[in-house]
Design a protein around this ligand. Structure first.
Ligand code: COA
Length: 148
């Protein structure tokens, strides 16, 4: 838990405290998964299971190990879990100012679906509701091979 708290404090201006993680972990249908590297925690993901889908509520990677696909691998793990449980969606609410994470989730196949005005009580910021749908008709793939 100590390593998680350190990564959290280093990642957010309003970090979860140890009690927040313990409260979250002890709730029914709430999960915390970690990414291990050489027996050390380098990242974690917190999510809630619902009847039809998953709400991702927190993800952070050790600052020194970002941009090495660890976050993407955690999301891929969650998408595989979604498929194995035959659930329909993963959603999340991201701060309007957290552009880096918005880009990250877009790269992982999420799309913005709604703006929730003044969602975050601490700063009054809006939230962007983003979602990943298991069966999406408008997920576009880009490749470098031009077919002519
Ligand atoms: C968002 C976060 C989890 C991404 O983890 P990561 O392991 O660094 O992400 P990845 O290396 O898998 O990145 C995958 C892609 O996302 C995009 N991306 C990730 N971080 C980015 C950044 N800082 N700026 C722009 N694009 C970014 C890129 O397209 C990247 O691919 P590339 O490196 O080939 O260009 C990490 O930056 C983090 O812990 N941020 C602080 C906590 C946070 O804001 N969490 C989200 C809100 S709960």
């Amino acid at each position: 838990m100590q390593r998680i708290i350190e990564i959290e404090s280093d990642s957010f201006e309003e970090p979860w405290k140890e009690d927040d993680f313990l409260y979250f972990r002890n709730r029914t249908n709430s999960m915390i998964d970690i990414a291990d590297y050489h027996k050390g925690v380098v990242g974690y993901i917190c999510y809630e299971l619902h009847e039809d889908g998953i709400s991702l509520v927190n993800i952070a990677i050790n600052r020194n190990l970002r941009r090495r696909s660890i976050g993407s691998q955690m999301i891929q793990f969650l998408i595989r879990f979604l498929k194995s449980k035959k659930l329909k969606y993963i959603d999340l609410k991201i701060r309007e100012t957290n552009l880096k994470a918005q880009l990250f989730f877009s790269k992982c196949g999420f799309r913005g679906v709604r703006v929730l005005r003044n969602y975050f009580e601490d700063t009054g910021e809006d939230a962007f509701l983003m979602e990943y749908l298991r069966f999406s008709s408008n997920r576009i793939s880009f490749g470098q091979d031009v077919p002519w």
